[in-house]
Design a binder for this molecule. Sequence first.
Ligand SMILES: Nc1ncnc2c1ncn2[C@@H]1O[C@H](COP(=O)(O)OP(=O)(O)OP(=O)(O)O)[C@@H](O)[C@H]1O
Ligand SMILES: [Mg+2]
Length: 271
Amino acid sequence: MGPVRVRGEGGSRGSAKNIRRRNNIPERKVNPGELMIEVKNLSKSFTDRPVLEDLSFTVNAGETLGIIGPSGCGKSTILKLLCGLIQPDGGEIAVHSKELGLVFQWSALLNSFTVRENLALALRGRRLKRSDEEKIIIDKLKLVGLADYLYSFPAQLSGGQQKRTSFARAVANDPKIILYDEPTTGLDPVMSTVIEDYMIDMAKQFNPASIVVTHQFSTWRRTADRIILLHAGRIQWQGTAEEATTTDNPYMKQFAHATREGPMLASDMGL
Ligand SMILES: Nc1ncnc2c1ncn2[C@@H]1O[C@H](COP(=O)(O)OP(=O)(O)OP(=O)(O)O)[C@@H](O)[C@H]1O
Ligand SMILES: [Mg+2]
C-alpha cells in the first residue's frame, strides 16, 4: 500500500492552503532540524516509587523519536510530563511550541459529544468559518476511514474506531509537536499500516517533532528515526530501528526477541 495522502492540498477553493489563507492561519511547516523538545535530567516518582530517573533526550522538528520499553516503565508518564498534565520532581523540560497534538493511549474522547463535536473542540481556538471547520473535520475523518461516523457518539464506536477518532482529533490542527501514545495498538493490521503511513506522510509534509510510544514492532520500525529503550527509569539503549535488530545490547536483544531471560526481569514489572 502506498503512503496515505493528506487530502485537500490541491488548488481547489476548499484546499487546506485556501482555508489557511481565508482564516489567517499561519503556515504549519517548521524548519527541519529546529530543536523542539528538550528533556534534561528528568526525574519523576509516584508515592516514593521512582519511575523516571535522570532522563535526557531531545527531539528536533522533522524527527520522530520512538520510545519503547516494558509495560509500566514510564512511557506514558513521559508524554504526560511533556504536555504539562503532571509535573516533574526534578530536571528540566522545554517544549518549544504550544501547537501540540496528543494521541492518548485510551482514546480520551468526550462521551457526551459526537465524533464531529470532539474534533470541533480541537479546532475551537482557530475561530474557523463553519464551512472550513466542516471541511477539516471531514478530511481528517476520511484519513482514518470514519467520515460516515460524524454524528456517532463514542459509545457507538468500536475500540479501534475510538482510537482512530482520537488520532484524527490530535492531528486536526496539523500541530508542530505530536505525541503518540500507542497509536496503533488495538487496530487491525491494515488500519495500523494506514495510520503509520499517515504518520510518515505528516512527518514529510509538516516537519513536526514527534514522539511515538509503542509496543508494536511495525510502528517503531516504520515511523521512528531514533529509538530509546526505557527500563528501570533509565535509557538502556538508543539507536536506529536498523541498529535495534542487530545490536548486542542485552536489553534491546531481550525486547526484540521477546524472551523472559535477560536483564528485564518479570519481577521488576511486579510479576
Ligand atoms: N497518577 C499516578 N499515580 C500513581 N502511579 C502512577 C500514576 N501514573 C503512573 N503511575 C505508575 O507509574 C508507572 C509508569 O506508568 P506509565 O503509565 O508511564 O507506564 P507505561 O510505560 O506507559 O506502561 P504501558 O506500556 O503499560 O502503557 C507505573 O508503575 C504506574 O503504576
Ligand atoms: Mg502507557
